[in-house]
Design a protein around this ligand. Structure first.
Ligand code: 5GP
Length: 203
């Protein structure tokens, strides 16, 4: 039974290579009432990525038009591409009674927290920089991209204090369990329990 009627926004950020995407996929499979927000981006789809599933892939002109129309709750430039979370996506998911999972970068996480004070920010890190390097090299990314990502990590790691939770992805199963525990505990917080819960319970 769902005991809170207001959806919770969970934001997950991590340097690429920390295992965030796989963790998000497993969370969606394992937890009820949790839906992923699909961002808009000007980045080109990678092999296997589908429009409307991984992202809404749009061109720069369309993205700029959406910024001007105020369609985004937050947007940011990451590695030269634009990424944004649409207001409609968030409102539709919250109105349908679901909690939302946002896989966005630190700039986006900060903006979401400003707007939704009760959102929950989770930061995922690999066990070490060496391990991160190794994971990125295994991904077949171009050396230039890997270097760009590694350069960004130092800035990103300094921002971890801004988040509510820190999970180190050393062992995948353990890390997944920890993130699931965070979500379950947040859902059970008394401050989030719907006022109607007691009323309905006594009826
Ligand atoms: P990728 O291109 O690897 O899918 O994502 C690159 C980065 O952009 C990741 O850190 C991801 O979390 C971030 N990102 C994806 N969508 C959004 C969004 O809507 N807003 C912001 N601020 N960052 C996003």
């Amino acid at each position: 039974m769902k005991i809170n009627n207001k959806g919770i926004i969970f934001v997950i950020s991590a340097p690429s290579g920390a295992g965030k995407t796989t963790i998000c996929e497993h969370l969606l499979k394992n937890l009820n009432n949790l839906k992923m927000s699909i961002s808009h981006t000007t980045r080109k789809p990678r092999t296997g990525e589908k429009n409307g599933v991984n992202y809404y892939f749009i061109n720069k002109a369309k993205f700029k038009e959406m910024i001007e129309k105020g369609d985004f709750i937050e947007w940011a430039e990451v590695y030269g591409n634009l990424y944004g979370t649409s207001k409609k996506m968030i409102n539709d998911l919250l109105n349908s009674g679901n909690d939302i999972l946002l896989d966005i970068d630190i700039q986006g996480a900060k903006n979401i927290k400003k707007i939704y004070k009760k959102s929950v920010l989770i930061f995922i890190l690999p066990p070490s920089i060496e391990e991160l390097k190794r994971r990125l090299q295994n991904r077949n990314e171009e050396p230039e991209i890997i270097q760009k990502r590694l350069n960004k990590v130092a800035d990103e790691i300094n921002e971890y204090k801004f988040y509510d939770y820190l999970v180190i992805n050393d062992d995948f199963e353990e890390a997944l369990k920890k993130v699931m525990c965070i979500i379950q505990s947040e859902r059970l917080k008394i401050k989030r329990v719907s006022k109607n819960f007691i009323k309905n319970f006594l009826q």
